[in-house]
Design a protein around this ligand. Structure first.
Ligand SMILES: CCCCCCCCCCCCCCCCCC(=O)SCCNC(=O)CCNC(=O)[C@H](O)C(C)(C)COP(=O)(O)OP(=O)(O)OC[C@H]1O[C@@H](n2cnc3c(N)ncnc32)[C@H](O)[C@@H]1OP(=O)(O)O
Ligand SMILES: Cc1cc2nc3c(=O)[nH]c(=O)nc-3n(C[C@H](O)[C@H](O)[C@H](O)COP(=O)(O)OP(=O)(O)OC[C@H]3O[C@@H](n4cnc5c(N)ncnc54)[C@H](O)[C@@H]3O)c2cc1C
Length: 645
C-alpha cells in the first residue's frame, strides 16, 4: 500500500483483534499461509495471468487464452520447481476454470484411488508430467445422477485381450466431461462391464481419445464441445465435451473404490465453497463500507451502507458462514484422510458415514454459497451488476457446483437414506457414532426443553447444540414414523422425499455448527481472535435458527419467545462484529488480482477505478458507435418515413 491512499484505513483501525493471527487461522497453519501468500503474489504480478478482459473476449479467444495461461502456469511450475502443494495453489490463484482442474482434480485422483498398482505405475508418471492430459467421463446425454443407468458398454474380447467401449445410442454419448471437448488425450470412462455375455455393473476404464502426435481423435471416436454455457466468460473457459464410440484399452478397477473418488472430490468442493463465499463476502463487505447513502445531517457525510441493520442482517451471516465452511472443510479433509487409510486396509466400515457427510455437506455448502454470491451482488446495489464487480462472473462459474459432482437434492436423499438407517437401528446393538452420535441420546432429545430465558442465554454453545440436535432428531424420527406406515418402503421414500430432504438439511447444519464449536475448543492464539470467532459461530447458528424457525417451533425444540430472544441476540452480535468487519475479510488475505473486483479493492478506491474500467470497454473504442450510419442516423433524420411518403 506504499504511496497509495487507503480509503478503508479508518475501518482497519477499528479492528479489535489480531488480523495477522486470524490470517493463520483462516489459512489453517503458518506454513500454508506463507506459501499461499507467496504464490498469490507471484500470480498477481505476472501479466500472462491477467483476467480483467475475460467478459469481452469471444469464446474462441477466451478458450485460447485459457490454453495460454495453462501452458504458462505449467512452465512456471517447472522453472520454479514448485512442489505439488505450491503448484496446486498456483492453479487456484490463476483462477480460471480449465481442463487442468479435471486433470489434477479428477483424472489423477481417479487413477490413484481406483487403479491397480500396475496401472498406477503406467499412467501416473505420464499424468504427473502432463505427457498425457486426462478427464473424467462419467455423465452421458441421457444419465447423470443415475450412474447405474449409464448405457455405455465395455465388452471384454478375450481374443484381443481388450475392452470394446461402445456407446450404442445417442443418449449414451458422454456429455459434460470437462476438458473432453478439445484438450484431453485420455479419459477415465465409466461403462457397464460385460464379460462372457454377463453384465457386472459400472466400472472405470482408461481410454486414449486422441493421438499424441497430431491430437486427432483415434479411429471410431467422435469428439466435440457441447456449446456455450451460462454467463459470458465464466465457465466458458472450459471445454465440456461430447464423445461417442470409444474403442479398447485395458483393464478394469476394484468395484468399491469407485466411491472413493466421489467422496474425495465432494470433500474438495466443500473447501472450495468457503473460498468462493469468502471472496464474494470480501467484495460486498469492503464495498458496503465505501458506499454511502442517506442520513446526512447538515451537509455532513452520509451513512455507510454497512451501518444499516438490514445490510448487516444480510451480510454478516454470510461472513460467518464463510468461516463456518472453512472449519467444516478442514474437518472433512481429516475425515477423508481417515477413510482413505481404512479403505487401503480393506476396512469399509466408515465409508457410509464419509459418503453421507461429503454428499450432504457438498450439497449444503454449495447451495448456500451460490445463493450468497447472488445476495452479495444485490448487497452492492447497481454496481454489483457490472462485470467489473467480479460478482456476475463468480456466480456464473460457481453456480454449477450445485449440480456437478452430484445434484444437490439427489445428494440430500443419500443423506436421508443414511439417517433413516441410523434411526431404524436405534435400540439395537449398533450404536450411532461420529456425526450421528447425538441420535444415541434420542430419548432425551425427544423430550428435552430449551433453557433460554434471556437473549444472552443463546451465547452458550451447549444450549445452541442441544436445540439443533433436538430439532434434527425430532424431524428424523417424525419422518421415520411416517415412512413406517408405508407397506412399500421405496414408495414411502419417494412420497416423503421433501420431508426427508428437510431432515437431511437439518442434520448437515448441525454438523457445521458442531464443528465450529469444536474448533473454538482448540487453543487459538492472538488477541481477540477466539472472541471474534465465537461471535461468528453464534451468528451462523442463530441465523439458521431464525431462518428455519418453523422447524424449531413445530418440533417444539424451542418456544416462540426463545425464537424471538435469539433474534435479539443476533442484532446485538451484529453490532459487536461491525467494527471488525473489514479486518475479518482482510484475514482472507486475497490479492486484488484474485478478487478481480473494482468494488472489493483493498484500498477502497472504488469510484475512480470504476470510471477508468468503464472506458476500457471495447464499445468505447469509438465515440460514434458502429451501426450509427445504418440504423441511428436514418431514424433521427426520419429518412425511412420520408422514403415511404
Ligand atoms: C471467476 C472465475 C473463477 C474460476 C474458478 C476456477 C475453478 C473452477 C473449478 C471448476 C472445477 C470443476 C470441477 C467439476 C467437476 C465435476 C465432475 C462431475 O460432475 S463427475 C460426475 C459426477 N456424478 C455424480 O456425482 C453422479 C451422482 N450420482 C451418484 O453419486 C449415485 O448414482 C447415487 C449416489 C446418487 C446413487 O447411487 P446408486 O448406487 O444408484 O444407488 P443407491 O442409493 O442404491 O446406493 C447404493 C449404495 O451405495 C452407497 N453409495 C452411493 N454413493 C456412495 C459413495 N460416493 N461413497 C460411498 N457409498 C456410496 C449408498 O449409500 C448405498 O449404500 P447402502 O444403503 O446400500 O449401504
Ligand atoms: C459445469 C459442469 C461440469 C461437469 N463436469 C462433468 C465432468 O467433468 N464429468 C462428468 O462425468 N460429468 C460432469 N458434469 C455432469 C454432472 O455431474 C451432472 O450434470 C450431475 O451429476 C447431475 O446429473 P443430471 O445432469 O443427470 O441431472 P438430472 O438427474 O437429470 O437432474 C434433473 C432434475 O431431476 C432431479 N432428480 C434427479 N433424480 C432425482 C431423484 N432420484 N429424486 C428426486 N429428484 C431427482 C434433480 O434434483 C434435478 O432437479 C458436469 C456438469 C456441469 C453442469
Amino acid at each position: 500500500m506504499d504511496g497509495v491512499v487507503d480509503h478503508l484505513a479508518d475501518e482497519r483501525n477499528k479492528a479489535q483483534f489480531d488480523v495477522e493471527e486470524m490470517k493463520i487461522v483462516w489459512a489453517g497453519s503458518r506454513h500454508v499461509f506463507e506459501l499461499s501468500d507467496r504464490i498469490a503474489r507471484l500470480v498477481a504480478s505476472d501479466p500472462v495471468f491477467r483476467k480483467d478482459n475475460r467478459a469481452t473476449l469471444s469464446r474462441k479467444d477466451l478458450f485460447k487464452n485459457t490454453l495460454r495461461k495453462a501452458a504458462h502456469a505449467w512452465k512456471r511450475i517447472i522453472e520454479l520447481r514448485l512442489s505439488e502443494e505450491e503448484a496446486s495453489k498456483l492453479r487456484f490463484y490463476v483462477d480460471e476454470a480449465a481442463f487442468t482442474d479435471l486433470h489434477w482434480g479428477m483424472f489423477v485422483p481417479a487413477i490413484k484411488g481406483q487403479a491397480t498398482e500396475e496401472q498406477q505405475q503406467k499412467w501416473l508418471p505420464l499424468a504427473y508430467k502432463m505427457q498425457i492430459i486426462g478427464c473424467y467421463a462419467q455423465t452421458e446425454l441421457g444419465h447423470g445422477s443415475n450412474v447405474q443407468g449409464l448405457e455405455t458398454t465395455a465388452t471384454f474380447d478375450p481374443q484381443t485381450d481388450e475392452f470394446d467401449i461402445h456407446s450404442p445410442t445417442l443418449t449414451s454419448s458422454k456429455w459434460w466431461p470437462g476438458g473432453l471437448g478439445k484438450v484431453s488425450t485420455h479419459a477415465v470412462v465409466y461403462a457397464r462391464l460385460i464379460t462372457d455375455g454377463q453384465e457386472h455393473g459400472v466400472h472405470g476404464f482408461i481410454v486414449q481419445l486422441r493421438s499424441l502426435d497430431d491430437h486427432l481423435p483415434l479411429p471410431g471416436i467422435t469428439i466435440g464441445d457441447i456449446g456455450m454455457k451460462f454467463g459470458n466468460g465464466a465457465y466458458n473457459t472450459m471445454d465440456n465435451g461430447v464423445t461417442r464410440n470409444g474403442k479398447c484399452v485395458r483393464s478394469n478397477v476394484p468395484r468399491q473404490l469407485i466411491y472413493g473418488t466421489m467422496v474425495f472430490v465432494r470433500q474438495t468442493i466443500v473447501s472450495d465453497a468457503s473460498c468462493a463465499l469468502s471472496r464474494a463476502v470480501c467484495i460486498a463487505t469492503r464495498y458496503s463500507a465505501v458506499r454511502r447513502q442517506f442520513g446526512s445531517q447538515n451537509g455532513g457525510v452520509e451513512t455507510q451502507v454497512i451501518d444499516y441493520k438490514t445490510q448487516q442482517n444480510r451480510l454478516f451471516p454470510l461472513l460467518a458462514a464463510a468461516y463456518a465452511f472453512r472449519f467444516v472443510g478442514e474437518w472433512l479433509k481429516w475425515l477423508y484422510t481417515d477413510v482413505t487409510q481404512r479403505l487401503q486396509a480393506n476396512d469399509f466400515s466408515t465409508l457410509p458415514e464419509a459418503h453421507a457427510c461429503t454428499a450432504g455437506l457438498k450439497s449444503l455448502t454449495t447451495t448456500f454459497t451460490a445463493d450468497a454470491i447472488e445476495e452479495c451482488r444485490k448487497l452492492c446495489g447497481g454496481h454489483g451488476y457490472l462485470c467489473s464487480s467480479g460478482l456476475p462472473e463468480l456466480f456464473a462459474v460457481y453456480v454449477p457446483a450445485c449440480t456437478y459432482e452430484g445434484d444437490n437434492v439427489v445428494l440430500l436423499l443419500q443423506v436421508a437414506r443414511f439417517l433413516m438407517k441410523t434411526v431404524s437401528q436405534l435400540g439395537s446393538e449398533k450404536k450411532p457414532v461420529g456425526t450421528t452420535a447425538y441420535m444415541g441420546r434420542v430419548e432425551h432429545l425427544m423430550q428435552c426443553r430449551c433453557s433460554v430465558q434471556k437473549a444472552e442465554d443463546w451465547l452458550n454453545p451447549n444450549t445452541i447444540l442441544e436445540a439443533f440436535e433436538a430439532r434434527t432428531a425430532r424431524m428424523s424420527v417424525a419422518v421415520a414414523q411416517k415412512l413406517a406406515q408405508f407397506a412399500n418402503p421405496e414408495e414411502g421414500f419417494l412420497e416423503l422425499s421433501p420431508n426427508l430432504v428437510e431432515a437431511s438439511v437439518a442434520h448437515c447444519q448441525l454438523i457445521v455448527v458442531s464443528k465450529f464449536i469444536e474448533k473454538l475448543q482448540q487453543d487459538i492464539p492472538g488477541k481477540g481472535v477466539k472472541e471474534l470467532l465465537g461471535m461468528l459461530c453464534n451468528i451462523y447458528a442463530l441465523n439458521i435458527l431464525h431462518k428455519h424457525l418453523g422447524d424449531f417451533l413445530s418440533t417444539g425444540s424451542i418456544t416462540p419467545k426463545q425464537g424471538s430472544l435469539a433474534n435479539d441476540q443476533l442484532r446485538s452480535l451484529y453490532s459487536q462484529v461491525r467494527p471488525n468487519a473489514i479486518a475479518l475479510v482482510d484475514a482472507f488475505n486475497y490479492t486484488d488480482h484474485y478478487l478481480g473486483s473494482v468494488l472489493g479493492r483493498y484500498d477502497g478506491n472504488v469510484y475512480p477505478k470504476l470510471y477508468e474500467e468503464a472506458w476500457k470497454d471495447p464499445l468505447n473504442d469509438s465515440v460514434v458507435p458502429d451501426g450509427y450510419h445504418e440504423y441511428i442516423r436514418p431514424l433521427l433524420k426520419n429518412q425511412l418515413r420520408n422514403a415511404r411518403l
